[in-house]
Design a binder for this molecule. Structure first.
Ligand code: C2O
Ligand code: CU
Ligand code: CU
Length: 514
């Protein structure tokens, strides 16, 4: 059997996920059996680009997918039907300034709700677990005015205690917001969705020999989170992508439950530079050249790679290197590739072009939050009795709207310092607002080595963020402008985006007055 023959994808069949070949592979452990990276096109169902027009319905339901040739994997998916076309986990494209209106119908057999990660939405439209709906029920979201900047956003479930399970089983999707800055970039680099503007949704999962998912978070009470032994990019195990000698834009979304990636691009043993152009809250002021980035669960990083730096027939590989962020996992290794160096994606440079565009000089403008008058707040990240907590507290599942003592006034400029008293990293995430990273203190070497100035921050800390890595025993200060457009009190979440930490209670409500 020629293994390459197995790389099949049936693009438009109605039974797309049910019984037809999705992404097939013979064997994902040998490097001989690479699979073509799944990249959606205009006609795709899975991860298809979907532009809503008016209110739409999104279902969560059970589905089976063929991730490995001849094996059915029971998963959960989001499904949208539009103009006789069905999309699974669509990449939703919306315009800044437009209105996002959606009804969510839950059919996964347990309660769920969708959170629009990164949107500055009214809290009743934000997917707070208080609005979870039982199987068979619907949540009709109040319409959301899209005020956020062009960039890569994330939607996923947010029910109490089951987020990790549901995301792991497939409920995770990308949203792209477009605006004028984005239009300019797209024109200047001649970027096209699904061709040269490519989503890279990176996840790790563990399958049994029949192809079924195993959800088995590690450590005491699963407190280390779910670390899978198979890396998937756009649900493709062991992927390769053929590229031309020109600039590509990649939208990286770390949709893993717990695993951070320390990414480098290499040709042979030589590092190849690339450019960071955006993070969670959209485009940076300009491209920043680098050779290495860290991306934690929940983070999105948009990058440009110029394959003119390589020759036709060159192979470039995106690797994840050891990072030391997982504390005791490092030593224990738990029988899986927690801390190893592994390959994430292989690029095969196939073709010359007469492409003559250059990396742009500017992208957007970012105004710095004025921190002359700030409210400061320290938030301690700790662990007690096998569970990670926030200021010693755990989320109270019996009181979803509980007051944990984080109450702010509309318009406050708040400087929050996360003080990590544990040996494991925590990617801290805020709902409701985007923030700016101000400084890092006592950073582990993997972060310190990427510092761009004396504040200790990394390139991927620049711009507007919604999730920030807080390394083992590190302190990270962020600034949040709590101005909002709503005339009632907002109840937002602050939590760790290691989904098992969040499910076990590393989450609190904070309130911002009307
Ligand atoms: Cu993506 Cu509350 O999280
Ligand atoms: Cu969020
Ligand atoms: Cu955590």
């Amino acid at each position: 059997m020629n293994r390459r023959e197995f790389i099949k994808f049936t693009g438009v069949s109605a039974a797309y996920l049910l019984g037809s070949n999705l992404i097939a592979s013979c064997n994902n452990s040998s490097s001989a059996s690479k699979n073509r990276l799944y990249i959606p096109s205009d006609s795709s169902q899975l991860l298809g680009y979907y532009k809503p027009s008016g209110r739409f319905e999104i279902y969560s339901e059970k589905a089976s997918m063929e991730i490995f040739k001849g094996k059915q994997t029971d998963m959960l998916v989001y499904r949208v039907k539009h103009a006789n076309k069905t999309y699974y986990n669509p990449i939703i494209i919306i315009r800044k300034g437009s209105t996002f209106e959606v009804d969510f119908i839950n059919r996964i057999g347990e309660e769920s709700i969708i959170h629009w990660h990164g949107f500055r939405a009214h809290w009743r439209a934000d997917g707070h677990p208080a609005y979870s709906v039982a199987n068979g029920n619907m949540y009709s979201y109040p319409s959301i005015n899209i005020i956020d900047r062009s960039g890569t956003y994330f939607y996923h479930p947010h029910p109490h205690g089951r987020t990790g399970f549901q995301v792991y089983h497939g409920l995770a999707g990308m949203i792209i917001i477009e605006d004028d800055d984005e239009d300019r970039l797209k024109t200047s680099l001649d970027l096209q969705y699904g061709k040269t503007d490519v989503p890279l949704i990176i996840q790790d999962k563990t399958f049994n020999s029949k192809g079924s998912l195993i959800y088995n978070p590690m450590g005491m009470n699963g407190s280390m989170g779910m670390w899978g032994n198979t890396i998937l990019v756009n649900l493709t195990p062991n992927p390769f992508m053929e590229v031309e000698r020109r600039i590509y834009r990649f939208r990286l979304l770390n949709g893993s439950n717990a695993r951070p990636y320390r990414l480098v691009l290499k040709r042979g043993s030589q590092k190849v530079k690339f450019w960071v152009i955006g993070v969670e809250g959209g485009l940076l002021d300009k491209p920043y050249e680098t050779t290495e980035i860290l991306i934690a669960p929940g983070e999105r990083i948009d990058i440009l790679i110029d394959f003119r730096l390589a020759n036709v027939n060159d192979v470039l590989k995106l690797y994840s290197l050891e990072h030391g962020l997982a504390g005791m996992m490092q030593n224990m290794r738990m029988g899986s590739s927690i801390e190893e160096t592994f390959e994430v994606l292989e690029f095969r440079v196939k073709k010359n072009t007469n492409y003559d565009k250059a990396i742009p000089k500017t992208l957007s403008s970012i105004s710095k939050i004025n921190t002359t008058n700030v409210v400061t707040r320290n938030i301690n990240l700790g662990m007690s009795m096998g569970k990670f907590n926030i200021d010693g507290m755990l989320w109270d599942k019996n009181d979803a709207l509980k007051d944990y003592g984080y109450n702010f006034t509309k318009g406050d400029i708040v400087e929050i310092t996360f003080i990590n008293n544990t040996g494991m990293f925590h990617p801290m995430h805020l709902h409701g607002f985007q923030f700016q990273v101000i400084k890092r203190v006592n950073s582990p070497s993997v972060i310190k080595n990427l510092a761009i100035d004396s504040s200790g921050i990394m390139v991927t800390d620049l711009g507007w963020k919604d999730t920030v890595i807080v390394g083992p025993h590190e302190s990270v200060t962020i600034a949040v402008d709590m101005s909002h457009n709503f005339n009632d009190e907002q109840v937002y979440l602050l939590h760790c985006h290691i989904l098992e930490h969040h499910d076990q209670g590393m989450m609190i409500n904070y309130r911002v007055s009307a």
